[in-house]
Design a protein around this ligand. Structure first.
Ligand code: TXA
Ligand code: MG
Length: 330
C-alpha cells in the first residue's frame, strides 16, 4: 500500500463536503468529525476501499466496522430492526448510539466490513458535517475511529493528522468534537446487551427499553449465536505511558489526570497536571479525556496517575476507557 499519500486537510463546509463525497465514491479514505470522535470513512460497499482502511489503521481485519447512515430508513436497508431496535433508533438517532442488528437479506455492505458476521453495527451520527457527507455520498460509510489501531481515539483533526497523515486521502476539520468518547454499542439480541459503554448513558437507554441492559458474558468465546464487540480487546485505548487508576497521591515523576476540586498529596511535584473537570462534571470530563491522555502521554512522565471518576452517566464510558488504557501496564 502507498503509505506516502498527500493527505489534504479541508475545513468543514460545502466544498469539503462535496469533495469528501467524491473521494468516498472513488474508493478514498476520508476522516471526518462526528459528535463522538473523528471517524475514518470508506465506502461500505467497496471491499478494496475497506481493505485500504484496515491497512491505513493497522487494524486486524477480524474486527468489524460500524456502518454510518443518514437516517433510519437507510439503516433499515442494511439491517433488520425489530420493535426494540426501532424504538432505540427513534429515541436516539441521530446520536451517539450504535445498534447491532441482523443484516438485511440484501445488505449492500461488504462482508469484509462486517468481518463475515451475520449481524451489522449501524449508527446515525449527530454531526452536521458527518450527515452532510453521508448525504453527499448517498450510501453507507464504514468509519472506525480515525486513529492508528490501539491508539487513543481522535477528538480533533490534529489528532487524526498525527496518526494518519500520509496514510489517508482527506481530513475534514470540524473542530473539536462535543462528546469525546465513542458511541454506546447495544446488541439488539433477545436480551438487549451493552456491548460497549459510550457517549449515550446506559440510564437513558434503559429508560426507553423499560428494562436493564444485560452485560456481555465474561467468556469471549461464549456461544451467543454471534460474537460480541470483538474490538473490545483488553488493551485498546492505550497511551504509551503507563496509566495508574484511582490515585490518591502523586508519586515522584508522575503526571496527574485530575477530576474535581480535590488537591492530592504530591501534586506540587507532578510532571504535569490536567483536570478533566474541576467542577466534577462527567460530560465535560468525557469531552476532555482523549485529548488530555494524548497530551500527558507526551510529557515524558513515568506514569499517568488518574483520580477516581464517578460511574454515573458518561462516567461508565470514561472508566471503561481508562481501565483499558491501564490494562497490562501495572
Ligand atoms: O463513536 C463511534 O462509534 C466511532 C465514530 C467514528 O462513529 N466509531 C468507532 O468505531 O468507535 P470503532 O471501529 O473504533 O469501534 C467499533 C466497534 C468495535 O468494537 C467492533 O468490534 C464493534 O464496534 N462492532 C462492529 N460490528 C459489530 C457487530 N456486528 N457485532 C458486534 N460488535 C461489532
Ligand atoms: Mg476505535
Amino acid at each position: 500500500m502507498n503509505l506516502d499519500l498527500k493527505t489534504r486537510i479541508w475545513p468543514a463546509g460545502e466544498a469539503a463536503v462535496a469533495e469528501a463525497g467524491r473521494c468516498l465514491a472513488g474508493g478514498g479514505l476520508v476522516a471526518f468529525p462526528t459528535e463522538t470522535v473523528y471517524g475514518l470513512g470508506a465506502d461500505a460497499t467497496n471491499p478494496a476501499a475497506i481493505a485500504r482502511l484496515y491497512q491505513a489503521k493497522g487494524r486486524p481485519a477480524f474486527n468489524p466496522l460500524i456502518a454510518h447512515v443518514g437516517d433510519l430508513a437507510a439503516a433499515m436497508r442494511i439491517g433488520r430492526f425489530d420493535a426494540q431496535a426501532t424504538a432505540l433508533a427513534r429515541a436516539f438517532w441521530p446520536g451517539p448510539l450504535t445498534l447491532v442488528v441482523p443484516k438485511s437479506g440484501d445488505c449492500a455492505v461488504a462482508d469484509l466490513a462486517t468481518a463475515g458476521l451475520d449481524t451489522i453495527a449501524i449508527r446515525v451520527p449527530a454531526h452536521p458535517a458527518a450527515l452532510a457527507i453521508l448525504r453527499a455520498f448517498g450510501g453507507p460509510v464504514v468509519a472506525p475511529s480515525a486513529n492508528l489501531s490501539g491508539h487513543v481515539s481522535p477528538t480533533t483533526a490534529a489528532h487524526v493528522q498525527g496518526d494518519l497523515a500520509g496514510r489517508i486521502d482527506l481530513i475534514i476539520d470540524g473542530g473539536p468534537v462535543a462528546v469525546g468518547v465513542e458511541s454506546t454499542i447495544v446488541g439488539c439480541f433477545e436480551e438487549p446487551m451493552l456491548l460497549r459503554p459510550g457517549g449515550l448513558p446506559r440510564e437513558d437507554i434503559e429508560r426507553v427499553l423499560g428494562r436493564a441492559l444485560v452485560a456481555p458474558p465474561d467468556d469471549p468465546d461464549a456461544d451467543l449465536g454471534q460474537p460480541l464487540a470483538p474490538g473490545m480487546l483488553a488493551s485498546h485505548y492505550a497511551p504509551r505511558t503507563r496509566v495508574r487508576l484511582n490515585a490518591e497521591a502523586i508519586l515522584p515523576g508522575e503526571a496527574l489526570l485530575a477530576f474535581g476540586p480535590a488537591i492530592l498529596p504530591g501534586v506540587d511535584a507532578a510532571a504535569a497536571v490536567m483536570n478533566l473537570s474541576a467542577r466534577s462534571n462527567v460530560d465535560e470530563a468525557a469531552a476532555n479525556l482523549f485529548g488530555y491522555l494524548r497530551t500527558l502521554d507526551l510529557t515524558g512522565a513515568r506514569a499517568i496517575a488518574v483520580m477516581p471518576i464517578p460511574h454515573h452517566g458518561l462516567g461508565e464510558a470514561i472508566n471503561d476507557r481508562l481501565r483499558r488504557a491501564a490494562v497490562g501496564r501495572d
